[in-house]
Design a protein around this ligand. Structure first.
Ligand code: BES
Ligand code: ZN
Ligand code: ZN
Length: 485
């Protein structure tokens, strides 16, 4: 469905042409538009030119502003998102997209950004609509990338192939998170991952309640105890470089639903809590993309999947529970459940998988929305160099991350008077204390990053390449981080 090929308007339903305000490469048509002031190429500008022949075709011009502006990949992503959605509205099925070269945007950037944006900005989760049942498809049938010089063709075909795997990874992450909890629960998630693993060549191991008990994952089990839907520990392994003793560990929070438990959430906050598995979605999507692209790295991913529900079996505020590490935890709020599942997943990762570096991803705190909004993922880390590598990858993908402090005062907030730790840090600095709680289970100073994606994994409205619902953040950056090591 993606092709790198120059086509004419006759062969497609529409052209999308991103234009720099100060471009010198102007067709006669564009020259006239600019001279007449009809379309000038300013950022956020869009002009649709219909051509009426046997059928109606469109040329959609979108503006990118001046070539010297910073953050051009972001501008291009935004412009193409806007144009792609317009094309969908116009019922376009076959589309040709021109590349936009500038001193800051190379051909490779264009191929990657164009493919990713055309697919991800038009993603739909509509499988439960009985009419128009096309099951989570991308809107276009054929997408042509136009303007790649012949000498670069081979190279760009490789870029394209990788981009397609990453897109699929993001789609998987979005699908998993968008699925409601009556369809996506620990057992069905495990089945999904098993199936996915067979398709992309990933080793998948599923552990049931009995095996989780044998591992001693008491904190994880405690969170899932109140639900009829029994927990599963999902382990995925991609050993792409057997000669290396380096292994990256990825841990994704996988609360298939979070009612809050006895510390119950109000209805309005609860209704989207099937999305409390954004970390799991991102980890699973990333594993798909690296396996499919045969990335030469060792990566092991773990999802402790369970549901936080209410019953006579549920844990309660005031309980003191144990954990796989042996540390005891005083429960002060059953809605601070994610860190309990992550704690045991971390211990499992340290003691059973013995990874060299580890990243945990979680829709962990509402407080991160207050701190950073929906555009930026919060980071807590014990290793600056690791964080720098994340930032370098993020600069390539356009996803945004920002570090929060980890001073001793914050760590002290997690200490309990009656147990080793408590699952509530206090009233303030909730994102930091939650992250540091997970950090308590990192062993031997293993380089670690915690990503709080509660603001970035789920959006209430469309924005750039993200649509309403699950965003699949940060699959693209994790893929980049792993590939570029
Ligand atoms: N899953 C929620 C966090 C969340 C909130 C994700 C909003 C997405 C959007 C988490 O389990 C939770 O409930 N956290 C509590 C922690 C508090 C009890 C310390 C919160 O943020 O209110
Ligand atoms: Zn919660
Ligand atoms: Zn939660």
């Amino acid at each position: 469905m993606f092709y790198i090929k120059d086509v004419t308007l006759d062969e497609v339903d529409a052209f999308i042409i991103p234009v720099f305000e100060d471009t010198t490469a102007r067709t006669e048509e564009l020259q006239k538009l600019i001279e007449s002031g009809t379309f000038t190429g300013k950022e956020n500008e869009m002009f649709i030119l219909p051509t009426i022949g046997e059928t109606v075709k469109y040329t959609i011009y979108v503006g990118l502003g001046k070539m010297t502006k910073p953050r051009q990949s972001l501008i291009l992503r935004n412009a193409l998102s806007q144009a792609a959605r317009k094309a969908v509205e116009l019922k376009v099925k076959k589309v040709g997209v021109k590349i936009a070269l500038s001193p800051k945007l190379c051909i490779g950037d264009n191929t990657k950004i164009t493919t990713e944006t055309m697919a991800l900005a038009t993603y739909k989760f509509d499988k439960y609509k009985t009419e128009d049942k096309k099951a989570n498809t991308i809107a276009f049938e054929e997408i042509y990338i136009i303007g790649i010089p012949a000498s670069k063709l081979e190279n760009e075909k490789e870029v394209l192939e990788t981009s397609i795997n990453v897109i699929e990874g993001v789609k998987i992450a979005r699908d998993i998170v968008n699925e409601p909890s009556n369809h996506m629960y620990p057992k069905s998630l495990a089945k999904y991952v098993k199936h996915m693993g067979e398709e992309c060549g990933l080793q998948v191991e599923i552990m049931d309640e009995k095996q989780i008990k044998e591992l001693g994952m008491h904190a994880f089990l405690t969170v899932g105890m109140g639900s009829e839907k029994k927990p599963r520990l999902i382990v995925m392994r991609h050993m792409g470089d057997p000669s290396s003793d380096y292994t990256l560990g990825l841990i994704g929070k996988g609360l298939t639903y979070d009612t809050g438990g006895y510390s119950i959430k109000p209805t309005d906050s609860m209704k989207t809590m099937h999305s409390d598995m954004g970390g799991a979605g991102a980890v699973i999507g990333t594993m798909y993309a690296i396996a499919k692209s045969k990335v030469k790295q060792n990566v092991i991913a773990v999802v402790a999947a369970c549901e936080n529900a209410i019953s006579g079996e549920s844990y309660k505020p005031g309980d003191i529970i144990s954990s796989m590490s042996g540390k005891t935890i005083e429960i002060l709020n059953t809605d601070a459940e994610g860190r309990l599942t992550l704690a045991d997943a971390m211990t499992y990762m340290m003691q059973k998988e013995k990874v060299t570096e580890v990243i945990d991803l979680a829709t962990l705190t509402g407080a991160v929305l207050t701190a950073l909004g929906t555009s930026t993922t919060a980071v807590i880390t014990n290793n600056e160099a690791f964080y720098e590598r994340l930032q370098a990858s993020a600069r390539k993908t356009g996803e945004q991350f920002w570090q929060l402090p980890t001073f001793e005062e914050y760590k002290a907030m997690n200490k309990s008077e009656v147990a080793d730790l408590k699952n509530l840090g206090g009233k303030y600095a909730g994102t930091i204390t939650a992250g540091l709680f997970v950090g308590e289970f990192v062993e031997n100073d293993t380089p670690w990053m915690h990503l709080d994606i509660a603001g970035t994994a789920w959006h209430e409205s469309v924005n750039s390449i993200n649509v309403k619902g699950a965003t699949g953040t940060p699959v693209r950056t994790l893929f980049q981080l792993i590939k570029s090591r």
